[in-house]
Design a protein around this ligand. Structure first.
Ligand code: HEC
Ligand code: HEC
Ligand code: HEC
Ligand code: HEC
Length: 353
């Protein structure tokens, strides 16, 4: 691999080593613009962050939706919250906005000339991947004078592939985005939870319900005028991908636990619940990736001092989830409908926006 990735400065040499190993795994998954932290969680690479202004020229409508979400708002509100100050105090941190312990999940850190600063709350690149290496291919429709309207379908397909290879988390593969959500929403940081008293992740996270309400920005089809719900065939795939990504992340979170306290116990309980959900899916859907991921999950015990086995099971689930997201045909997955959340359960229904 010839690309050089600069690890977060706070990570020591040993961790940087583990990180390198992981980056290799992740590039095999087609997620090159992402760096992973020492526990294997996807993080947006601050050295390649452009900031939402880089998207604004062409994606004003998406930006406007983002402005209405807590992902945007956390930038202005978090550091003022008494709960945030309390957590920071317990951890001995002087600034919520200047410490990586908080910035890696509540903000978009950008690194220029070796110095990190935060440029936004959770932003486009937090989910779609740091853009420096992919933004040019993403907006090249086949040469200088070729507009989007003139682009051939073959070029479009090849362009999306090239952007993904350069690190874009494209919605064409839902797993590539889901793993970003869960790297934050499982709050995988033992000190933060056990010492800081931070919530041990978003307890009721479920990808369909959490992505189809307030954060939904399917605006391309209407040219920016209407947010379109995702078709049911896509929601079926999304539901399964969400369970797999959450199970993977919860296993990694469990693997990172060193004590039997709130953090480790919550992570293991979460993983156990997801194992059951994946098993239930495998009972009603006949699919090779679901079967392989279920097998890997069932074979590993959710306990302390079992990190190696937990991490390799998580790696296997990740591979299967990526492959499932790339190949699954939602039309064949009607059995999932009984498990899908009702639109009323979507996190802030779009209609109430
Ligand atoms: C020069 C214009 C331009 C810029 C800059 C741009 N995009 Fe896009 N983007 C587009 C167009 C046009 C489409 C629709 C492409 C299509 O329908 O084939 C698109 C589509 C997308 C998609 C849907 C998947 C895909 O590849 O078609 C995502 C996600 C996306 N953009 C994210 C971003 C993000 C994040 C940024 C900023 C880091 C960004 N874009 C910057 C023009 C741009
Ligand atoms: C690993 C990711 C992660 C890290 C690191 C993290 N948080 Fe959070 N935090 C979250 C998520 C996700 C939520 C939203 C939980 C939800 O709504 O279910 C959250 C919610 C919160 C809330 C409640 C927000 C509200 O609207 O009331 C506070 C306060 C908070 N975090 C403070 C902090 C502070 C202070 C730090 C640094 C010391 C920090 N967090 C580090 C992921 C993280
Ligand atoms: C970089 C970390 C990060 C990523 C990636 C991320 N989130 Fe979040 N999310 C947060 C934090 C932090 C909050 C809480 C912000 C606050 O209230 O201050 C939050 C809040 C939310 C909320 C609002 C919750 C509420 O109770 O109001 C929803 C919904 C949500 N996220 C869904 C998602 C989905 C779906 C994805 C992936 C497609 C995702 N998030 C990706 C960090 C992240
Ligand atoms: C919290 C994670 C998250 C953030 C932040 C985010 N996106 Fe997305 N984006 C997604 C997900 C998930 C999808 C696929 C949704 C679906 O299929 O229902 C998506 C889809 C898209 C699409 C394709 C929509 C369509 O009409 O087909 C575009 C374009 C896009 N995002 C651009 C952006 C831009 C620009 C920003 C910043 C303003 C942004 N996104 C911020 C998660 C995110």
């Amino acid at each position: 691999m010839k690309r050089k990735i600069k690890p977060f400065r706070v990570i020591g040499a040993a961790a940087a080593f583990a990180l390198l190993a992981l980056v290799c795994v992740l590039s095999a998954l087609g997620a090159e613009g992402t760096v992973a932290d020492e526990n294997g969680f996807a993080r947006c690479d601050p050295t390649k962050v452009m900031g939402a202004e880089a998207c604004a020229k062409c994606h004003e409508a998406e930006i406007n939706v983002w402005h209405t979400t807590p992902h945007f708002g956390t930038f202005d509100t978090l550091h003022r919250k008494p709960e945030a100050k309390q957590i920071a105090e317990k951890l001995g941190l002087r600034s919520v906005k200047r410490n990586e312990t908080c910035t890696k999940c509540h903000y978009t850190p950008q690194e220029v000339d070796g110095r990190q600063r935060i440029v936004a709350g959770v932003s486009c690149e937090s989910c779609h991947g740091a853009a420096r290496d992919w933004i040019d291919v993403h907006s090249d429709y086949g040469g200088e004078n070729v507009t989007k309207e003139m682009e051939t379908p073959a070029h479009r397909e090849q362009r999306i592939k090239a952007a993904v290879a350069a690190g874009m988390n494209n919605p064409a593969n839902l797993y590539s985005i889901a793993r970003q959500c869960l790297a934050c929403h499982t709050a995988p940081d033992e000190q933060l939870v056990n010492v800081g008293g931070h919530a041990a992740g978003t307890e009721d996270f479920e990808l369909v319900a959490w992505s189809q309400g307030m954060i939904l920005h399917n605006l391309l089809e209407s040219g920016g005028t209407m947010i379109a719900p995702s078709p049911i065939e896509r929601l079926r795939v999304m539901y399964v991908v969400g369970v797999m990504a959450d199970l993977e992340a919860s296993m990694r979170a469990t693997a990172a636990a060193t004590q039997k306290a709130t953090y480790g116990v919550t992570a293991a309980r979460r993983a156990a619940g997801l194992k059951k959900r994946l098993y239930a899916i495998s009972e009603i859907v006949d699919n090779p990736q679901i079967a392989a991921a279920t097998k890997a999950a069932l074979a590993v015990e959710l306990k302390l001092n079992n990190s190696e086995a937990l991490r390799s099971a998580a790696d296997e689930i990740a591979r299967q989830a990526y492959e499932f997201a790339a190949t699954a045909d939602g039309a064949q997955l009607a059995a999932i409908d009984q498990l899908l959340p009702k639109p009323e359960a979507y996190k802030w229904e779009a209609a109430k926006r």
